[in-house]
Design a protein around this ligand. Structure first.
Ligand code: G3I
Ligand code: 9MR
Length: 601
């Protein structure tokens, strides 16, 4: 170590701090930053040890990220305030220092995986404030998983949230959506512009009150995938939603609220699917019941038809065992999926084009090859018809981290999940290799990154936290398929990032973690008059685009990719919530609970 080396030291707070300072003074300055920030920004500071604020399963890999001070050792202590508070239970050596270009820091990792005894602890490094307390517990992520699913209940359209189920977040019903107008862009001879249709239920997409089929596609699918992969996690889960106790698991009950809406978005006359159900422009920051703009269904698109087909094909096989409770629904969904598929094949280039009078979200996509592949794969799995597998053109389909516009890996994950029951036409080796290759690439990034996650600078997109979680979802599929522990550990690292092991030192899930997102761009959270945001939502996350800066009085603390985050209601580009971002949170929290082995005795 060279005493004259300069390192960048960062602050998350809107206070003036030096950005460089000599090595020999950095520990003292770190502490100064810590105390100055504690007063002005809720305690987060560049000097903090960053870790998963919720905690860890006993058998999981356990890593914290430690700002560089020159210290080379750490200890784990029993948490202050509890029995034996301050007692050292474990000591270890920090990793070598590594630089994190995406956040402009130099950090070390503390690996305390050998801590397997349940309890509440803190991490201690000389010269730094002790970490936030964290738990080691066999049920570490159960409450988070339930909370992340309940977030969908809180975002339901067309229903009052009552006290019994919503507690302080009870609210009047909004958007009955029983009198929705067919927009000129969606007009047909059977349904000319101005025709009134009924399209109730569904989830609000995000912080806004509109409903978009493309984004509902990946969101609803991911919840169904969580069920297909880990039914035991969900079978007994009681979420206290209105349908609880009806003989259908609550995850499926919640998902049905959106599936029922999606079905109404198919034009019964031709099988085409409307792209979205929307206001002409975004509502103000009012409660759902106070938003009264006329609603429209807008343009039928190829992407909407294919995402709809994929989800309905999936739902049809998932709900088949519940025919007694839901008579005829699974069959109806399968027919709906096949009709949408046929419409898309007859209209393969109906790309979304935002009409001049519509200002809401677009979810536009000019390349629907991946949507064709995904729909084909789900129809193949559900029907067993080899023609669908041929239509998928599997050798041409890549594997990428899923997002609303990039769904090829949803096909691979579904095929892998059902591999033991696929018709012979399926190329099993190809399916396994697509998932294994993508997983190994992600795990390799994770192993060399300073924070130990699979995130690289280019991954900090709008909704970067969903990138983090979808990377984890891919890795968990990789682990299920190959048993490679590095994949499970990399998924855990990404999950830790969401819950506090990140450069802004925050748990991005509302209501979970000692220092979590407080001011999401979410209309009900802002308009309900309750200080705490509606719980269980993951915020979009850091991204340097800052498209919202013009609408924000506060400034982003940094333009660096991993630190361009603003916990302010104005920040739709870094702090909105969305159904497609919460879905992999549900998946990953359930998967880690289900898959993490018990510690070796
Ligand atoms: O496709 C281009 C790519 O070619 C280019 O390399 C890259 C460089 O930045 O940009 C890509 O486009 C991005 C696009 O998402 C697709 O990923 C845009 O920059 C980016 O601004 C765009 O962000 C979307 C955002 O809406 C604005 O349109 C988010 O993905 C999407 O999640 C978000 O969705 C909104 C809904 O419209 C409305 N409801 C809330 C929801 C969440 O904020
Ligand atoms: O609230 C809107 C949010 O849901 C969208 O994701 C975002 C981007 O399309 O737009 C938000 O609405 C803002 C609009 O784009 C610009 N003026 C301020 C609006 C509310 O902050």
């Amino acid at each position: 170590m060279n005493d004259h080396r300069e390192i960048v030291f960062l602050t998350l707070c809107p206070v003036t701090m030096p950005t460089t300072f000599p090595f020999h003074r950095r520990a003292a300055l770190a502490v100064a930053i810590a105390s100055s920030c504690a007063a002005s920004c809720g305690g987060a500071s560049a000097a903090d040890i960053k870790l998963n604020q919720l905690g860890f399963l006993p058998g999981a890999v356990k890593v914290a990220v430690v700002p560089e001070t020159g210290a080379t050792t750490f200890s784990v202590i029993r948490a202050a305030g509890g029995t034996g508070g301050g007692t050292v239970v474990l000591q270890g050596t920090l990793s070598a220092a590594r630089s994190a270009p995406e956040s402009g820091e130099t950090v070390r990792q503390a690996d305390f995986s050998t801590l397997t005894t349940a309890g509440r602890y803190q991490l201690r490094v000389a010269g730094l404030p002790d970490s936030l307390p964290f738990d080691v517990s066999a049920s570490a992520f159960q409450a988070l998983n339930a909370g992340a699913i309940r977030a969908y209940y809180y975002n339901r359209a067309s229903i009052a949230l009552d006290r019994q189920h919503a507690g302080v977040y009870a609210r009047a019903a909004g958007h009955p959506d029983t009198s929705v107008m067919v927009h000129a862009s969606a007009a047909s001879s059977a349904r000319p512009a101005g025709t009134i249709i009924s399209s109730p239920k569904g989830w609000y997409d995000a912080g806004d009150y509109n409903k978009y089929i493309v984004n509902s596609g990946i969101s609803t699918y991911t919840l169904l995938a969580a069920w297909e992969d880990f039914p035991a996690q969900f079978r007994q889960q009681a979420l206290n939603i209105p349908e609880s106790g009806n003989g259908i698991p609550d995850l499926l009950n919640e998902t049905l609220w959106n599936l029922q809406w999606m079905l109404t978005m198919q034009d019964p006359n031709d099988g085409g699917v409307y792209h979205k159900l929307t206001d002409k422009s975004f509502d103000g920051f009012v409660m759902p019941a106070d938003a009264h703009q006329q609603r429209y269904v807008v343009q039928k698109t190829t992407a909407a038809a294919l995402d709809f087909a994929a989800v309905m094909a999936t739902a049809s096989r998932v709900l088949a065992p519940y025919d007694k409770q839901l008579p005829g629904l699974a069959a109806r969904m399968r027919t709906a999926a096949e009709r949408a598929w046929r419409w898309a094949n007859a209209n393969p280039r109906a790309y979304y084009q935002q009409p001049a009078d519509i200002k809401t979200g677009e979810y536009g996509d000019q390349d629907v090859r991946d949507e064709f592949a995904w729909a084909a794969a789900e129809l193949f799995i559900t029907t067993g018809d080899a023609a669908y597998y041929q239509a998928m053109q599997a050798p041409t389909v890549q594997a990428t981290v899923p997002s609303w516009g990039q769904v090829d890996s949803l096909a691979w994950m579904s095929l892998a999940r059902h591999r033991q029951h696929l018709a012979a036409v399926a190329d099993q080796a190809l399916i396994a290799s697509r998932i294994d290759t993508l997983s190994s690439q992600l795990a390799a990034v994770s192993q060399r990154s300073a924070y130990g996650t699979a995130m690289q600078a280019a991954d900090y997109v709008w909704g970067s936290n969903a990138m983090v979680l979808n990377q984890a979802m891919v890795l968990l599929h990789g682990y299920r398929l190959t048993g490679k522990r590095t994949y499970l550990d990399a998924a855990q690292a990404n999950f830790d990032y969401i819950l506090g092991r990140n450069a802004v030192d925050i748990s991005f899930v509302t209501g979970f973690g000692a220092r979590s997102t407080l001011h999401p761009h979410h209309r009900p959270s802002e308009a309900d008059g309750i200080a705490a945001p509606v719980p269980g939502f993951v915020a979009g996350g850091p991204q340097p685009g800052r498209e919202d800066q013009k609408d924000c009085k506060a400034s982003y603390a940094s333009t660096l990719p991993a630190r361009a985050y603003l916990d302010d209601v104005c920040s739709y580009a870094s702090n909105e919530v969305a159904i497609n971002w919460n879905a992999p949170l549900v998946y990953v929290s359930a998967a880690l609970q289900a898959l993490t082995p018990a510690p070796a005795k």
